[in-house]
Design a protein around this ligand. Sequence first.
Ligand SMILES: [Zn+2]
Length: 120
Amino acid sequence: MKKYQLILHIALKKELIIKALKIAFVVGIILNLINQGEHLLSLDMHNIHLTKLLFTFCVPFCVSMYTAITMKMKFKQDEIALVDANLRCENCNKRIFNTENAKIPKCDICGNKTSWIFIK
Ligand SMILES: [Zn+2]
């Protein structure tokens, strides 16, 4: 699996999308109230910028998805792997193959300091 396939695989996870939509909804409302609250609260439709309103929801959604994907790509020890992956230890360069839904092991050379990096 190539890196962009992994990103796409993670990004299409239903639970990540739902969580990002919830965050976008709450944060988007708050940001819209900050940015154009006087127009929204008085329902002054002529002065509400629809483009700004929609992009204000997109920003927290994108930040949430980016953060979730970045965290899921780190392959932390003792977490369950989302995909089959070749991993390389960041410290000692040891390589392992970890299967989908298998617990990510610690590096038997580095012990508990393991940090795995996804490789093709
Ligand atoms: Zn190691």
